[in-house]
Design a protein around this ligand. Structure first.
Ligand code: HQG
Length: 180
């Protein structure tokens, strides 16, 4: 089984376009594993023999823990853009979080704060290395932003754990952002 292809297809199905797979996310983003498997098997010959065990192995095969499997259900941990906002439980973040981005976005970010743009939430990382990798998707020499997350949380800004080293926020006002 091609785990990269499976991960990309699942990201698309569980974050962005579940209706293309005849799936409906519940309010926390879960879908039934058996239903997903049935749809995947019909979607591409590459997935004709896909099993629950493939999903479990693929989810653990990458640095990024993009999916969560619990009993008979599975969901994407973060990254959604479906019209219906996926409900997350607020949680107190660590003191500092990081965001890697393209230098050309920094002026706008320092004026408007970090905004979710095409997704439901702003994505933040617990370590500079992960933030650097995220930024590298947008620029060969990304800018690292340091987020005063604990201070923002104390002031009432809302954060959510995205699993492992990813945190999410509704937004991050500019006063909590420092350019590294
Ligand atoms: C920028 C991948 C101008 C923001 C990654 C970012 C991550 C602004 C871009 C996850 C702005 C949005 C998410 C403002 C934010 N003005 N630009 N006010 N506010 N931006 O892709 O954080 O591999 O939606 O800096 O690794 O880059 O798919 O967010 O550059 O974890 O699992 O707008 O997606 O994970 O871009 O990446 P994105 P992101 P996966």
């Amino acid at each position: 089984m091609d785990f990269v292809k499976l991960s990309k297809t699942l990201s698309y199905a569980l974050r962005h376009a579940p209706w293309e797979f005849e799936l409906e996310l519940d309010e926390e983003g879960w879908v039934d594993v058996e239903q997903l498997l049935t749809e995947l098997r019909g979607y591409s010959r590459a997935f004709a023999g896909v099993t629950r065990e493939d999903l479990v192995q693929m989810s653990g095969a990458f640095d990024k823990k993009r999916f969560e499997i619990e009993d008979d259900r599975i969901r994407a941990r973060y990254g959604h853009s479906v019209p219906q906002k996926v409900v997350k439980t607020p949680a107190k973040p660590p003191q500092l979080l990081y965001h890697g981005t393209a230098p050309k976005f920094v002026e706008s970010i320092l004026a408007q704060g970090l905004l979710p743009m095409g997704r439901h939430y702003v994505h933040l990382s617990t370590d500079t290395e992960t933030a650097g990798k995220v930024g590298k998707r947008r620029s060969a020499a990304p800018t690292l932003l340091v987020i005063l997350a604990e201070e923002a949380w104390a002031d009432g800004e809302v954060f959510y754990n995205g699993g492992e080293n990813i945190w999410l926020a509704d937004r991050v006002p500019a006063k909590y952002i420092r350019v590294q």
